[in-house]
Design a protein around this ligand. Structure first.
Ligand code: SAH
Ligand code: SF4
Ligand code: F3S
Length: 470
């Protein structure tokens, strides 16, 4: 049994890691033919991308996927720790699995992802969730085949969570869930240690993939007819710093743009390392979408400092304006946390003022959630939950107003939209514009999914816009 250790998870060194290729023991291939699995994924795009690899590995073992957990032989939760409600959802699901196991004792239940990296969670699983057979973390995803095999062969519980990142594994199998849009990891982990955030502990040190491996993956996506990629990392702007002296996110973006993949997006860019080179490259290449996610978290310098965000309101706004001025037609979205310890009404008002200035096109707003073991958890000036909830509601009213106001400006305009699907009821297509707006639209002609079409905007709402193909 190998349990996680927060202290080790928090440690960082300059140790070089190796890049190795994924291998699977030949004896395991198709060993589980006839068996089924159910996988549920919580959390961010990184987890979604990991799950595409989990699915592929399970299929190598011979398992088939089912949508109903009651029909599965192996049930796996790929979990998220970012806020308490993510925890609660996963534990709720485990409760349902427990009932199932009472009638089907041979099923194997597993938990992986970020929650597995938390000592408290593992202790809880050991004590009160004895029916969970298999736990593994984010650093040994590639070991899934062996671990699953041990869990099926062995009555003992398999708990193998590494606190430190292992080798960086390439050539992992993947079965992508979308035929036109794909995620491409460029950097794993996070070294920013924002004081409220669990991710640096659950995902380890920042480790960039080699540029050749990334470009090879993008090339093969182009060949397979993919139309859009989203470049992934907890902080994509840190790309290359751990690996190269002169090749960073700006350079990588430019090389990816040259592959001729029709659409490129990236998530998430921390304002702190957003370089001028990146802005110039985004402005220069038509296939890099003019839509930037730039999380601000708070508009108060006092709170930003307590959060350890490494920028001030002023430097954030300087960057914001530079992006707006240099990238034609760019839309900017953000993340905001309310109710961080010590946030007084005037600090909250500064966040509202900042939103009134930035008039974001989209914003993900959150109530601050204490994460065990993070520095913010030790701050004394805890904000009562009613105050946090009230602030979230007030903030949402303001952000929503700007979504609609920005959308109103699009009436009569023509936007390029990637056709992603059709809603069965109304015969209406849907997809996203270059600026990342959800568009529902009609067409006189039948359209192919994966095409990029010009849509004239005829009506707007807060979270979506309507139109018809020109
Ligand atoms: N790496 C990204 C954020 C990833 S987490 C970045 O730094 O921009 C996504 C969002 O979850 C964060 O931007 C933050 O707004 C929110 N978040 C993270 N930890 C949180 C916590 N403890 N409570 C509430 N929201 C949190
Ligand atoms: Fe968390 Fe900050 Fe890292 Fe984002 S940059 S993942 S908020 S520690
Ligand atoms: Fe959640 Fe882990 Fe992503 S904590 S947000 S799944 S990196």
């Amino acid at each position: 049994m190998l349990l996680p250790d927060k202290k080790e998870e928090a440690s960082r060194d300059k140790r070089k890691y190796k890049t190795i290729d994924y291998t699977i023991d030949k004896k395991l291939i198709d060993k589980y033919k006839g068996k089924t699995f159910y996988l549920k994924t919580y959390g961010c795009q990184m987890n979604e991308r990991d799950s595409e690899t989990l699915v592929a590995m399970l299929k190598q073992l011979g398992f088939e996927e089912v949508e109903d957990y009651k029909k599965a032989d192996f049930l796996l939760l790929n979990t998220c720790s970012i806020r308490e409600n993510a925890h609660n959802k996963a534990f709720g699901m485990l409760g349902r699995f427990k009932h199932l196991k009472e009638t089907k004792p041979d099923i194997v239940i597993g938990l992986c992802g970020c929650m597995a990296q938390e000592t408290g969670v593992c202790e809880e699983l050991l004590k009160n969730y004895k029916f969970v057979n298999l736990v593994f973390g984010t650093h040994n995803l590639d070991k899934l085949p062996e671990l699953v095999d041990k869990a099926f062969e062995n009555d003992e519980r398999q708990i193998e969570v590494f606190s430190r990142e292992q080798d960086l594994v390439e050539e992992l199998p993947v079965i992508r869930s979308n035929k036109y849009k794909a995620y491409v990891n460029i950097i794993y982990g996070c070294d920013k240690f924002c004081t409220y955030c669990i991710v640096p502990y659950t995902r380890g040190r920042e480790r960039s993939r080699k540029k050749e491996d990334i470009l090879k993956e993008v090339d093969s996506l182009v060949k397979d007819g993919y139309k859009e990629i989203t470049i992934l990392g907890q902080n994509v702007n840190a790309y290359g710093k751990d690996l190269y002296d002169d090749y960073f996110m700006g350079e990588l973006l430019e090389d990816i743009a040259k592959t001729k993949i029709p659409r490129i997006r990236f998530m998430t860019s921390h304002p702190w390392d957003f370089t001028d080179k990146m802005i110039d490259v985004i402005a220069k290449y038509d296939n890099i979408m003019p839509s930037v996610h730039l999380p601000v978290q708070s508009g108060s310098n006092k709170i930003l400092k307590l959060m350890g965000r490494r920028y001030t309101k002023e430097s954030y706004l300087e960057l914001f304006n530079k992006i707006k001025n240099k990238i034609p037609g760019v839309t900017i979205s953000t993340d905001i946390i309310v109710g961080f310890p010590g946030e007084e009404e005037e600090d909250f008002q500064e966040t509202i003022d900042l939103v009134n200035y930035c008039k974001y096109d989209n914003a993900f707003t959150f109530i601050y959630s204490e994460r065990e073991g993070t520095p913010a958890c030790r701050l004394k000036e805890v904000i009562p939950m009613e105050v946090r909830e009230d602030r979230l509601q007030r903030l949402n009213e303001v952000v929503n107003k700007y979504f609609l106001e920005n959308n109103n400006k699009l009436l009569g305009k023509v936007l390029p939209v990637l056709v992603e699907g059709i809603s069965d009821k109304k015969n209406i297509y849907y997809g996203y514009s270059d600026t990342n707006k959800l568009v529902n639209f009609t067409s006189d002609k039948e359209l192919n999914f994966g095409d990029i079409v010009d849509v004239e905007i005829t009506e707007v709402h807060t979270w979506s816009i309507d139109g018809r193909v020109k």
